[in-house]
Design a protein around this ligand. Structure first.
Ligand code: NAD
Length: 478
């Protein structure tokens, strides 16, 4: 279904994010027939280019970042004809008049701030001053949304000078992932799960976001941030909210975001003994973390594991274990809801311990599986085995199913539709920082040093201990 006609301006339209994610995503929506015939995309950045030059750059980006199967010369040419370019200076006067002339009246106006956050204020101010953005316009902003509570508040205040909260779309692309949304549907459209979704039946929950890459060329940026700021405060926190939240009364933006906010506010401060930080060592020709960031003294973590408690009626006593890190054994993101043992085993000790585990896999092979215990077929007596009930989306729809849109394309279309459900509200971001800040400050005060870990593993040994000491274990990263 096509969305309303729109003009989308991408500030930073020549940058890495625009080339890798935003423009390929828009192309895929174009091919899917979702872009109205007149819709315009305007790249706005510092480079001195004209429309043709920009189209050439975008063509190169599409060739590089789109799957081969998605590339069609004809479609690419048609898509490129929608593109315009304005050379603009966020901090000066160049380009603003030209941009204004390109914008059409009576269509949705959206402005993607794909530039460094220090420029957000300049962009908001100039969009307002030149009367390019009005009451109906929308702006899209990316992480990092601040680096602590104070800077996040300042950023929110800057945007609030010119835009209402209903106009601001803070992207966390984890929320655009198909399986993450499916998690909400599985929870709230079935009777099966919700009665069990609490401390009485859930032993614990694990959230893992493992990467195989190191910090690469982003070393100097990453070293000022670390896994806590770069991953936990935003992505893992959002996943935790969707798992832990109460059922919203409606699937509407504020109803959902109110419930997520309550989860963040219910998080206990974390005991330092429940946190393990790590830095990867070198392996073969690959650099260590310290070499990658060119800072021998760095105490920044490239890995973190922690045990959290959501202090409310539903979750009292159920731990949430979360971990994320770079240069781990595999690229794997998943949530596992580990249910308690059956209260009594009628099959005797030899049947072993069998647990129901619901795994929600974001990547690779996204989908959901519920492990259930059944009898091993055959005459060998009462032997129990675990089998997965596979709720994988692609399989259920078969090969006729429409290709699953990627996170960015779905979210950009939601901006045009004016649906904020999958975007973070300002108070959510601030609440997450309010919880994060004391943890990070604690490390600084105690001069906390991360543990070393070998690349290609599941992180430092100490992270495994977080679970072992409580007779639990992390799920394999493989
Ligand atoms: P980049 O450095 O590759 O691109 C920056 C863009 O901003 C360029 O198009 C440049 O021309 C433009 N620009 C810089 N100064 C300008 C000015 N004064 N006026 C107008 N345009 C100006 O950056 P990026 O990696 O594309 O990241 C953009 C934003 O998205 C950053 O805030 C970044 O933190 C965030 N982000 C990026 C990624 C990613 O994968 N690259 C992921 C998440 C978030």
């Amino acid at each position: 279904i096509p969305v309303d006609d729109f003009d989308l301006v991408i500030f930073g339209g020549t940058g890495d994010l625009a080339r890798r994610k935003i423009l390929p995503g828009l192309y895929r929506r174009f091919v899917a027939g979702q872009m109205p015939a007149e819709a315009r995309i305007v790249g706005a950045a510092r480079s001195d280019l004209d429309d043709e030059g920009y189209r050439q750059e975008v063509r190169d980006a599409l060739k590089e970042f789109l799957a081969k199967a998605d590339q069609s010369e004809e479609q690419i040419a048609a898509f490129l004809s929608r593109l315009h370019y304005v050379s603009i200076d966020a901090k000066g006067e160049d380009g603003w008049k030209e941009l204004n002339q390109l914008m059409r009246d009576g269509v949705v106006r959206a402005f993607y701030f794909s530039v460094a956050p220090v420029l957000f204020g300049d962009l908001a101010e100039r969009l307002h001053h030149h009367k390019i953005a009005g009451r109906d316009s929308r702006i899209v902003v990316e992480k990092p949304f601040g680096r602590d509570l104070e800077s996040a508040k300042a950023l929110n205040a800057t945007l609030a000078e010119h835009f209402d909260e209903t106009q601001i779309y803070r992207i966390d692309h984890y929320l655009g992932k198909e399986t993450v949304q499916n998690l909400m549907v599985v929870r709230f459209a079935n009777v099966l799960f919700e009665p069990l979704w609490n401390a009485q039946y859930v032993d614990h929950i694990q959230i893992t976001v493992a990467e195989t890459v190191g910090v690469g060329g982003r070393g100097s940026y990453y070293d000022k941030s670390g896994a806590m700021r770069d991953m936990v405060q935003n992505h893992l926190m959002q996943l935790l909210c969707l798992i832990a939240m109460e059922p919203p009364s409606r699937f509407d933006p504020d109803a959902v975001r109110d419930e997520k906010l309550k989860v963040i506010r219910a998080l206990d401060p974390v005991d330092p003994a429940d946190i393990v930080r790590g830095q990867y060592e070198s392996k073969g020709k690959a650099n260590s973390y310290l070499e990658d960031v060119e800072n021998d003294e760095s105490r920044t973590e490239s890995f973190i594991a922690m045990k959290l408690h959501v202090s409310n009626w539903r979750w009292a006593g159920t731990p949430f274990y979360i971990r994320t890190g770079k240069r781990l054994r595999a690229r794997q993101s998943e949530i596992a809801v580990v249910f308690k043992d059956a209260p009594h085993s009628i099959f005797g000790a030899q049947a072993g311990r069998h647990r129901n585990i619901l795994t929600i896999r974001l990547q690779p092979n996204d989908g959901m599986k519920l492990g259930v215990t059944i009898k091993e077929p055959g005459p060998g007596g009462m032997r129990l085995i675990d089998v997965p009930l596979d709720m994988t989306f692609a399989d259920a729809l078969g090969s006729d199913g429409e290709a699953v849109p990627e996170a960015y394309e779905r979210l950009i279309m939601d901006v045009v539709r004016g649906n904020q459900t999958l975007f973070m509200r300002g108070d959510e971001v601030e609440a997450a920082w309010a919880w994060t800040d004391p943890i990070i400050n604690g490390w600084q005060d105690r001069d906390d040093r991360p543990h070393d870990y070998e690349p290609g593993t599941a992180g430092p040994e100490e992270a495994a201990m977080l679970m072992h000491r409580e007779n639990r274990r992390w799920r394999d990263i493989k």
